[in-house]
Ligand binder design. Structure first.
Ligand code: UTP
Length: 466
């Protein structure tokens, strides 16, 4: 794209301010800016501006039907085993893939690097990516098959993420079975709808939300790659939860038993105020309603037995059929906006970091695909076993709570295998414990592994089984 063309397009879309430093830019900076301008998606930007104009009226389409809690299934005993057999059969036949979304900015954690590189192993300090990759390795070994991993990055962390996998020998996975793809980036707008420059020659861009996964899967060729491999079912999860049972055979089997387009794992909310999206049913469809859209009264509503009426929250653990992903990739999800602090370029060309929100960022949400799902199922899980995300630097959902949850889970596994774990007065194990998922990816796998080996576990110090 040349200056003249850029200038005309920007004028047509009332965004000429982007070129306001043009005369003072060096040649290479001009090229970068022109490239950014040519990448702008003005269709989406028009939708964003529309959304901005309506923000005080009603951003979402009005919901009319009565909202009730979504029906949620539980899997125990023979029902669990039957579902697990179906899921394992699919894994064994190479029809299952996993997608990890790792394009987020990790701003609450404040970690300088891709969140998946964050060290979380309670003994080894191994990174988040390690636990996900090794779980796939363990499952693949068990079933004599490969579960390809699709890693969604963003422009900001793509190169670093690829390098990290390479430097760590793909954590034992075959490099050909790890497919990186980058989500889209969107500009931020001032309340008046102007695109923000971060530097004289750089437009501020941020990832287009986890809903960006769908278009990115299509654009990157990941969907075509899945087709080539004969993948029909995809397990989707977020990078910041090392407890997740990646490619859980029972969940996959449950999804297939129900001929679902999407299945959602849900868990009981910690408290009425916990900020998880809640699974509800409205007009015959399952939806995830954001925490912020619930009134205080709704959040606190109880059933006669004293349980929260809207008890089940979604933690973004899903199974999708690839046919549905393919349809949705073309569908175009709704856009959501949030008022945030966005660094901007002052008139003197210097970047200003605002102390309070000054502009709108836009995102797509993966759960908006539910509106198009012909069959959606919700499955309850125990959060102590499967959910302890690393979101904040301290307090709830921090590295400390996540490591404690990992240690507690592995202590339960070891105890189920007959190992006596010393515990302190608060009930927590006295020493750190870590089990490489490629050594044992489940309690059952650990039992088999310990029974068939001569490993002596010294419980008087930290335990690392790998
Ligand atoms: P979060 O919004 O909870 O985490 O996204 P974050 O983006 O890592 O951190 P904050 O909000 O800036 O503090 C949940 C998951 O979705 C992924 C993240 O990588 C994380 O696994 N995600 C989020 C994306 O892949 N892309 C996005 O645009 C947003």
């Amino acid at each position: 794209m040349q200056y003249q063309e850029a200038s005309e397009i920007l004028a047509q879309h009332e965004q000429s301010q982007i070129l306001r430093f043009w005369d003072s830019l060096k040649e290479e900076d001009r090229e970068c800016l022109l490239k950014q301008i040519s990448d702008l998606d003005f269709n989406s930007i028009a939708k964003m501006r529309n959304l901005l104009e309506q923000r005080d009226v009603e951003a979402r389409s009005p919901q009319t039907g009565e909202m009730t809690p979504a029906p949620v299934s539980e899997l125990h005993g023979e029902a669990h085993d039957a579902a697990a057999r179906i899921g394992s059969f699919e894994i064994r036949n190479g029809r299952v893939a996993a997608i990890v979304v790792a394009g987020g900015q990790g701003s609450r954690l404040g970690y300088d690097g891709p969140k998946g590189c964050y060290p979380i192993g309670p003994v080894s300090n191994a990174p988040l990516f390690y636990f996900h990759a090794r779980k796939l390795l363990g499952l693949g070994k068990e079933w004599g098959s490969t579960i390809p991993l699709y890693v969604m990055t963003s422009q900001t962390n793509d190169a670093e993420t690829r390098k990290f996998f390479k430097d760590n020998a793909y954590f034992g996975l075959n490099a050909n079975d790890v497919f990186f793809f980058s989500q889209g980036m969107w500009p931020a707008l001032t309340p008046e709808g102007e695109i923000i420059l971060e530097e004289p020659a750089r437009i501020f861009l941020s990832p287009d939300g986890h809903g960006g996964t769908l278009a990115a899967l299509d654009k990157s060729g990941a969907l075509a790659d899945m087709k080539k491999r004969g993948i029909t079912t995809v397990f989707y999860f977020q990078v910041d939860n090392p407890l997740v049972e990646v490619a859980d055979p029972a969940f996959i089997g449950f999804h297939l038993q129900n001929l679902a387009d999407i299945s959602i794992k849900v868990c009981a909310k910690r408290s009425p105020e916990e900020g998880l999206g809640v699974a509800v049913e409205r007009d015959g469809k399952i939806e995830i309603v954001e925490y912020t859209e619930f009134t205080t009264e709704q959040k606190n509503e109880r059933t006669p037995s004293g349980e929260l009426r809207y008890k089940y929250g979604s933690v973004a653990i899903h199974v999708f059929s690839t046919a549905f992903l393919k349809r949705e990739a073309k569908a175009g999800l709704p856009i959501h906006l949030a008022f945030k602090k966005v660094p901007y370029c002052g008139d003197n060309g210097k970047t200003v970091a605002p102390s309070k929100p000054n502009a709108y960022k836009f995102e797509k949400f993966i759960f908006d695909t539910l509106a198009d799902s012909k069959a959606t199922c919700c499955l309850a899980f125990d959060r102590a076993d499967e959910f302890a995300p690393v979101k904040n630097a301290e307090g709830n959902d921090s590295p400390a709570t996540c490591k404690a949850a990992l240690v507690a889970k592995w202590a339960r596994w070891l105890e189920a295998c007959g190992v006596k774990i010393p515990r302190g007065a608060d009930g927590a194990p006295l020493h750190n414990i870590e089990i490489d998922p490629a050594f044992a990816h489940s309690e059952h796998a650990l039992k088999l592994r310990l029974a068939s080996s001569k490993i002596k576990i010294d419980t008087s110090k930290d335990i690392l089984l790998s």
